[in-house]
Write a protein that binds this ligand. Structure first.
Ligand SMILES: Cc1cc2nc3c(=O)[nH]c(=O)nc-3n(C[C@H](O)[C@H](O)[C@H](O)COP(=O)(O)OP(=O)(O)OC[C@H]3O[C@@H](n4cnc5c(N)ncnc54)[C@H](O)[C@@H]3O)c2cc1C
Ligand code: FES
Length: 274
């Protein structure tokens, strides 16, 4: 099967921000990419930076672009409209969340390898934890039919569930939306049903490790979208290596989506301060 990888032009280009919307605890930033590929694959990512206001001089962070899965890509007459779902956790995400229409969004991408189609006859189950819901949005759009399971910290975070079509099953840590439960509890119930499934998951390391272990126990194929600190995004810095059963791989080139059975653990260390 060919790799779900659309190659990025070897350059940084500037997209034009078309919208910035607060969605509960998250931000949805959309931008018009006039000259980039129109067919990124779900699970691929872009390195993003503000065209202006990025690193203000002195030791003002952020210095480097930041990695983001695209959440949606819609082809337009002259280019493609890309949407990114962001959680503000530091200076880079703060700057990106402040972008306004007509601002420039510098980007490189699409990068990495995305999700592979499910094996014949297997029903896809999408499992998202928090901001890990982002790459599952475009994946849901591409699949004919999928079960969507989402776990969030609170009602503010759970507003992102409204971006999915159909009726995703939602649980929260505080019980403010759906049951008070972990999304892996929903997954365990799905796995109990006697059906051929293919699991697609993105979320925090502990959640991905729980998904990996559950699927390994039951012999169900799973693809995990992992995160690690990415300084370049295209294979040059080796900052993103993760250990697999066949040696270390650069997550930006060989991932970010990996088959769960290539991992002994899905607990990947976080990023530094770039
Ligand atoms: C392939 C990929 C796809 C991603 N997709 C999204 C997305 O769709 N939406 C979104 O909001 N975020 C996404 N992220 C995470 C995003 O890149 C980080 O939140 C961002 O780089 C943080 O930058 P900052 O300057 O705001 O915060 P920083 O100050 O750089 O980081 C804040 C905290 O987050 C930790 N951190 C930063 N980056 C990572 C990382 N990659 N993995 C683990 N911990 C990290 C840092 O160690 C620090 O504790 C993705 C990351 C990767 C690698
Ligand atoms: S981020 Fe530089 S090699 Fe992967």
């Amino acid at each position: 099967m060919s790799e779900p990888r659309t190659l990025a032009p070897p350059e940084r280009r500037v997209a034009v921000v078309s919208g910035g919307e607060r969605l509960g605890a998250y931000h949805l930033v959309t931008a018009h990419d006039a000259s980039g590929p129109r067919d990124p694959r779900p699970g691929q990512f872009y390195m993003l930076a503000g065209d202006e206001c990025w690193g203000g001089g002195g030791d003002e962070r952020p210095y480097l672009p930041r990695a983001f899965s695209y959440a949606r890509a819609h082809v337009e007459p002259a280019g493609v409209s890309l949407a990114f779902l962001l959680e503000v956790v530091g200076p880079g995400t703060e700057q990106l969340a402040r972008l306004a229409p007509d601002d420039g969004l510098a980007l490189v991408g699409p990068l990495g390898i995305g999700f592979r189609p499910p094996p014949d006859g297997a029903h896809p189950v999408l499992v998202g934890g928090g901001i890990g819901a982002a790459p599952l949005l475009c994946l849901q759009e591409e699949l004919d039919e999928a079960t969507v399971l989402l776990g969030f910290r609170s009602a503010g975070h759970a507003q992102a569930a409204a971006l999915f079509s159909g009726e995703p099953k939602v649980v929260t840590d505080d019980g403010s939306v759906g049951r008070q439960a972990l999304v892996t509890e929903l997954l365990a119930s799905e796995l109990d049903a006697d059906a051929a499934l293919a699991i697609y998951a993105c979320g925090p390391p502990a959640m991905l490790e729980a998904v990996r272990a559950l699927c390994a126990e039951r012999g169900v194929p799973a693809q995990l979208a992992l995160e690690s600190g990415m300084a370049c995004g295209f294979g040059a810095c080796f900052g993103c290596v993760v250990r697999t059963t066949d040696g270390y791989v650069r997550l930006c080139l060989d991932g970010p989506v990996l088959d769960a059975d290539r991992l002994e653990t899905a607990q990947v260390a976080g990023a530094g301060h770039s």
